[in-house]
Design a protein around this ligand. Structure first.
Ligand SMILES: NC(=O)c1ccc[n+]([C@@H]2O[C@H](COP(=O)([O-])OP(=O)(O)OC[C@H]3O[C@@H](n4cnc5c(N)ncnc54)[C@H](OP(=O)(O)O)[C@@H]3O)[C@@H](O)[C@H]2O)c1
Length: 205
């Protein structure tokens, strides 16, 4: 299975490098700017594509690692190309496969959301941690089980979830991570204020 990436950002760099290190053939990258595609290609020893259609033609699996609000429009731009038999994946935590790739089965292809439950913050380092990350997978029923097996064969931890659970799953993840960080910061500010108050009293007249 040859894997191509549309979107050379944090997740594109990270997954691409991880796949290369686990004997998956990565064709290369297409991105909004050719500079990003070239940097990702250099990092993974793959190719930078100036032509998105060529990347699609050269790849069996396409990862759309673009911002969430660009996934459906990017798919719309390629859906009329020869994509029969290909697998399309996006990595959004909140969007289902069918929102990113509407009616993809009618084009003879399959679509999946493959979400890493992890903050990927560093284009060049995060791939080292990917083997410990929990991924969720949902999408076209025809190849769902084989898609899970393929991802697991690279060493990733992948759990299938129902599409209907995606919103709740993403909400739970946000509460357990983003909101915990916000609560911690709030608590820290309160304690810091207490400390400053005590210090002010101690130094008083
Ligand atoms: N980062 C995380 O922690 C994380 C975790 C889980 C899931 N995700 C998901 O992963 C996906 C990618 O996120 P990210 O963090 O990697 O974002 P990112 O670092 O901002 O990278 C997105 C890349 O997409 C490219 N791009 C934007 N519009 C494009 C278009 N129309 N066509 C082609 N390329 C385009 C940009 O390219 P240029 O550089 O060329 O301008 C950018 O490098 C999102 O669906 C996000 O929800 C992210």
């Amino acid at each position: 299975m040859k894997v191509g990436f549309i979107g050379a950002g944090k997740v594109g760099f990270t997954l691409g490098k991880y796949f290369c290190e686990h004997d998956i053939e990565v064709t290369g990258y297409y991105s909004r700017s050719i500079q990003s595609a070239k940097k990702a290609a250099a990092f993974t020893a793959t190719a930078a594509y100036e032509n998105r259609s060529q990347l699609v033609a050269d790849s069996d699996v396409l990862f759309f690692t673009v911002p969430d609000d660009c996934i459906a429009s990017t798919f719309e731009a390629v859906r009329h190309e020869p994509i029969q038999g290909k697998i399309f994946c996006h990595c959004s935590g909140v969007l289902t496969a069918s929102v990113g790739f509407p009616s993809i089965e009618q084009a003879g292809a399959s679509g999946y959301s493959v979400h890493p439950l992890f903050a990927i913050s560093d284009r060049y380092q995060s791939y080292r941690e990917l083997a410990d990350v929990f991924f969720t997978l949902e999408g076209s029923s025809d190849r769902l089980a084989s898609q899970q097996e393929w991802l697991k064969s690279t060493g990733l931890h992948v759990q299938i979830i129902p599409a209907a659970a995606k919103m709740r799953y993403h909400c739970a993840a946000a509460i357990a991570s983003n909101q915990v960080v916000a609560l911690f910061a709030e608590s820290q500010q309160l304690l810091l204020g207490l400390w400053l108050l005590r210090r002010g009293r101690a130094a008083g007249p």
